[in-house]
Design a protein around this ligand. Structure first.
Ligand code: PMP
Ligand code: GLN
Length: 414
């Protein structure tokens, strides 16, 4: 085993996907929709498969199928208000995962520090250490809501002085994930400005994981940090067709940013994956064309999906609240956290156990109640896990019948 693999052998998804497959009747664990993707996505794939398109079974351009990088450049160009070159400012990857991996490999050296905001999508930490870097963690701190109000993901905030204290001459990058998995927080303009100012002041890169960019609720706006002054030149935006078009198994992702950064991501890509499946890229290009035409209109999937998901969110919030598992209302993503403090008598604490309480609770719940969820502590570094171990994460991108079955389990708990 190489040294870079030390300490990164455990993986929450490998563990909980297996538990859910073995025990769950209702799976609100790993994040994927159990409803069908839109018909226009399937139609785009069918067209790509038609006989006259036989060349789509062969290799395409290594850094991204031309129709896909062209429409991504057009789309993000419009969102960011600047011209993007499809050949240099966009690269297609195997899901957002590969884009993230390429970023850390391309920019992080031994001794470099990378700031990660907790709770964080778990793979950032092993990816930074595998690149030889040192992750530096800063937690979002929850503030109790006003009396009688439910907590919102917006109640979890960065302390500006604490954030500033994490930047120094060794800081190479900060990872931003807005909307945030697992909390559902959508960072505000002020919070993004704070991060951006520190990045500019200390000459730090921003790896901006925006895979949930279209899943934002209650009329809130997702602001792209790359659009703030001084940030385009130092930001890599990461996106995912899996999240965007409710088809997580497609594993088509991308990185968008200036050529000065993307050139190194291309070097990493050409020496590892080299090329992503042509046919899936062609179909994703077609559906992005459709969304480009419909942008801002009610028929657009980017308008319809969050509308549907918001109803599901509200439904699960009510269900959890009625059961006494206090939810934190997410502003974005298709996840929400719920407080399991009232359920402690079901799974008594084991003092001095190495395993955080929420992890033991989630395992007990899937085995004894058939309901799968993910412990929040999985989204914290080792040193902070036990400070945040009384929440579990549910995915609400599910059919009504699935959410109803979850509700049955919750209401009949005792
Ligand atoms: N980033 C975040 C925040 C995620 O939740 C996920 C999981 N989909 C990914 C990246 C990876 O996305 P993909 O499935 O496109 O690799
Ligand atoms: N992003 C999804 C989640 O957070 C899936 C993660 C995975 O399968 N590795 O649940």
């Amino acid at each position: 085993q190489s040294r870079r693999l030390e300490g990164v052998d455990k993986n929450i998804w490998v563990e909980f996907v297996k538990l859910a497959a073995t025990y769950s009747r209702v799976n609100l664990g790993q994040g994927f929709p159990d409803f069908p993707p839109p018909d226009f996505l399937k139609e785009a794939l069918e067209t790509a498969l038609s006989r006259e398109n036989y060349m789509l079974h062969q290799y395409t351009r290594a850094f991204g199928h031309p129709p896909l990088v062209k429409i991504l450049a057009q789309f993000y160009g419009k969102l960011l208000g600047q011209d993007l070159d499809p050949m240099t400012d966009v690269m297609v990857t195997v899901g957002a995962y590969q884009a993230l991996f390429c970023c850390f490999q391309a920019f992080v050296d031994e001794g470099d520090e990378v700031i990660i905001i907790e709770p964080f999508f778990d793979c950032y930490e092993p990816m930074v250490t595998m690149a030889g870097g040192t992750p530096v963690f800063i937690p979002l701190r929850p503030k109790a809501p006003e009396d009688g109000k439910m907590m919102s993901s917006a109640d979890w905030k960065l302390d500006s002085a604490e954030l500033a204290s994490k930047f120094n001459e060794r800081t190479k990058a900060i990872v931003l994930n807005s909307p945030n998995n697992p909390l559902g927080k959508v960072f505000s303009q002020g919070e993004l400005e704070l991060i951006a100012d520190l990045c500019v002041k200390h000459d730090v890169l921003c790896i901006s994981d925006e895979v949930y960019e279209w899943l934002v609720y209650d009329g809130k706006e997702h602001i792209r940090i790359a659009s703030l002054p001084g940030m385009w030149d130092r930001t890599v935006i990461i996106g995912s067709a899996g999240k965007t078009f409710s088809a997580t198994g497609w594993k088509v992702g991308w990185a968008v940013g200036p050529n000065r950064l993307l050139q190194h991501i291309r070097t990493m890509h050409q020496n590892s994956v080299y090329h992503c499946a042509t046919i899936a890229q062609e179909a994703v290009a077609q559906v992005f064309q459709r969304e480009f035409m419909l942008y801002g209109k009610p028929d657009s999937y980017f308008a319809q999906l969050p509308k549907e998901l918001q109803k599901k969110r509200d439904w699960l919030v009510q269900s959890l609240d009625a059961a006494g598992m206090k939810p934190i209302i997410p502003e974005g993503t298709y996840f929400l956290l719920a407080d399991i403090s009232n359920f402690k008598s079901d799974v008594p604490d084991v003092p001095n156990s190495d395993e955080p309480y929420d992890s033991r609770f989630a395992k007990w719940m899937v085995k004894n109640k058939g309901l799968a969820a993910i412990p929040l502590s999985a989204f914290y570094c080792g040193a902070h896990k036990n400070n945040y171990s009384h929440f579990i994460r549910f995915c609400f991108a599910k059919e009504e019948a699935t959410l109803k079955a979850a509700n049955d389990i919750l209401q009949k708990w005792k």
